[in-house]
Design a protein around this ligand. Structure first.
Ligand code: ASP
Length: 588
């Protein structure tokens, strides 16, 4: 037997017992005739003591230990002289009677401490050493707990966990597919699933009624901040449901997760905010509702007064920043530069100070004090506030105001990661027009159903009509982040065909790529709907972290590489030949 106890387990109650532990050397230090070894495993740290009462062999081995050596240590549990209240085993130590090196270790390239001295790249290369550190261990433990509680909740609600294939057919619509060449089918490729979307719908056609899966998904996207090419979803689908059934069940799941994983209570019934209200009031389809500072449209109040910048645009909007009237000229100039950065994209910024001594703006020469007072009233600014105004095409200007609002929320400390403000955003438009390609794209995905009351509009030939079609689509949003989303699906073959037509996918192309699902809908598909949560992100947010990387045991870096494996990599010519492949990439 390698051990009788773990390194996190022993207390004063076991005083006098002879025990055997196994683990890694966190630290070994000599103090006069005695030496101490901190032995670490997944469960904690236990102090080992070597003194003159120990066998000579033990002292000899103890003198030659290095960090991260793997040991088996036997000894007697004793009360410590100087206790360590910071660790649960801090009242005891083990006076050694036997010590064995199970494996020596090279000195690790960085310290295995909560705050490591290793840079990101180095720690990624030695991920298995980084994973020995507490912050990562705690992250993976939280992830495990979360998965377990998801299964508990959904099992309790009658969901079946069913696996779906990873080698499927390429149907790029949203992101790019990762593809896998087939040796047995020369010249043909599988794709890795971007999500199990069509399979879960087929499971509904097959009558499985309530499905879920904690499943890996693959998307070959340019990795914007904090995305991973492979990530995990809690993927779910239900039959014979309407939108409210889905929302109620899954806000129940989130409530259960909040309570069971981090002991946080969220409201009994979450806000349902329409996409239009979210855009108009928060300039975002994932509003952070931990704070107010809502966006107000002031177009009609500021046009026609001779200020050509405002006169020439579709929309003028403003936010009122509480208590920021004392911003100096310099601070406002800095903020103006900030909104002009490409990430925000504004041309300029107009500000109105609501001071105790009156209202002053950067555009005083165009507006009377009554004009400005009307704006101040419209945006609900109070004395001491600073009103910030941006303009442009409606949705673009709102989005810029939304970004500015978040920035001001950050600057004012209104975005505490330990305050949780979840909500549903609902009633998304079904379609999104893209000027560049001159076609519609599905805002969620091509299987999302138009609202029944918009079905007639959906069959219209006019672009304006199609732009007005709404979907029973919904996103679960937490603190300005989309954690999940889904929709009620199309379940009729002719509506699905119409959808492909609207998306500019020819009948032949639709049949080639999606014939299986259009066909399945001809064999008695039940009304159904579902959603998927980004599992990595749920874990990160519950852990109070912004990045998902620490919640994935072996993540990729920001150019999609696994620096530990050094993947992706070239394959040899034999393998290439077997797969009927030729590379046109330049040789590195
Ligand atoms: N499959 C969708 C996604 O990955 C979620 C859903 O509609 O259920 O975004």
């Amino acid at each position: 037997m390698y051990r009788t106890h773990t390194c996190g387990e022993l207390r004063l109650e076991q005083k006098g017992q002879t025990v055997t532990l196994a683990g890694w050397v966190q630290k070994a230090r000599k103090m006069g005739a005695m030496s101490f070894i901190d032995l670490r495993d997944r469960y904690g740290i236990t102090q080992l003591r070597v003194d003159e009462t120990c066998p000579e062999e033990v002292s000899k081995i103890a003198a030659g230990l290095g960090r991260e050596y793997v040991l088996q240590a036997t000894g007697v549990v004793e009360e410590r002289q100087s206790k360590n209240a910071r660790i649960p085993t801090g009242d005891i130590e083990i006076r050694l009677t036997g010590l064995k090196i199970l494996n020596a270790a090279q000195t690790p390239p960085f310290t295995i401490e909560d705050e490591s001295d290793g840079g990101e790249e180095l720690r990624a290369k030695y991920r298995y050493l980084d994973l020995r550190r507490n912050p990562l261990k705690n992250a993976l433990m939280l992830r495990h707990r979360m998965a377990h509680e998801v299964r508990n909740y959904l099992d309790d609600k009658g969901f079946l966990e069913i696996e779906t294939p990873f080698l499927i057919k390429s149907t790029p619509e949203g992101a790019r597919d990762f593809v896998v060449p087939s040796r047995m089918n020369p010249g043909e490729f599988y794709a890795l699933p971007q999500s199990p979307q069509t399979f879960k719908q087929l499971l509904m056609v097959a009558g499985y009624d309530r499905y879920f899966q904690i499943v890996r998904c693959f998307r070959d996207e340019d990795l914007r901040a904090d995305r991973q090419p492979e990530f995990t979803q809690i993927d779910c689908e239900m039959s014979f449901v309407e939108q409210e059934d889905v929302l109620n069940l899954f806000e129940g799941m989130m409530r259960h997760l909040f309570k069971s994983v981090i002991n946080v209570d969220i409201p009994e019934k979450l806000t349902r905010m329409s996409w239009y209200d979210a855009m108009d009031n928060y300039g975002s389809d994932k509003p952070d509702i931990r704070f107010g500072m809502k966006i107000h449209e002031i177009t009609s109040l500021v046009q026609g007064k001779g200020f050509s910048v405002f006169d020439s645009v579709e929309y003028v909007g403003a936010i009122s920043v509480p208590g920021a009237a004392q911003y100096t000229r310099k601070q406002i100039d800095e903020l103006t530069e900030w909104v002009k950065r490409p990430q925000v994209g504004a041309k300029g910024l107009v500000s109105i100070r609501v001071g105790a001594d009156g209202i002053k703006s950067s555009v005083d020469k165009f507006y009377t004090s009554e004009d400005l007072a009307a704006v101040v009233e419209a945006v609900e600014a109070k004395t001491g506030d600073l009103v910030l105004v941006l303009c442009g095409a409606k949705r673009k200007a709102q989005t810029m105001l939304g970004v500015l609002r978040l920035e001001m929320g950050n600057r004012l400390g209104l975005r505490d990661p330990h305050v949780y403000a979840p909500l549903w955003v609902v009633d998304f438009p079904l379609l999104e027009w893209d000027d560049e390609t001159q076609r519609f794209y599905a805002m969620h995905h091509p299987f999302t159903a138009p609202k029944p009351e918009h079905l007639e509009l959906f069959y219209s030939d006019k672009k304006e009509d199609l732009e007005r079609v709404c979907a029973n689509a919904y996103d679960f949003v937490l603190n300005g982040t989309e954690l999940g989303g889904g929709s009620i699906r199309i379940h009729e073959a002719d509506v699905q065909s119409r959808m492909f037509e609207v998306l500019g996918i020819s009948k032949e192309d639709a049949d080639y790529k999606f014939g299986f699902i259009i066909n399945a809908f001809k064999f008695g598909a039940p009304p159904h709907g579902g959603l998927a949560f980004g599992f990595d992100r749920v874990c990160a947010l519950f852990g109070g972290q912004e990045t998902i990387r620490d919640y994935i045991a072996f993540p990729k870096n920001n150019v999609g590489r696994d620096v530990m494996l050094d993947a992706p990599s070239r394959i040899d010519d034999v393998q290439m030949d077997e797969l009927y492949l030729r590379s046109t990439a330049p040789v590195k």
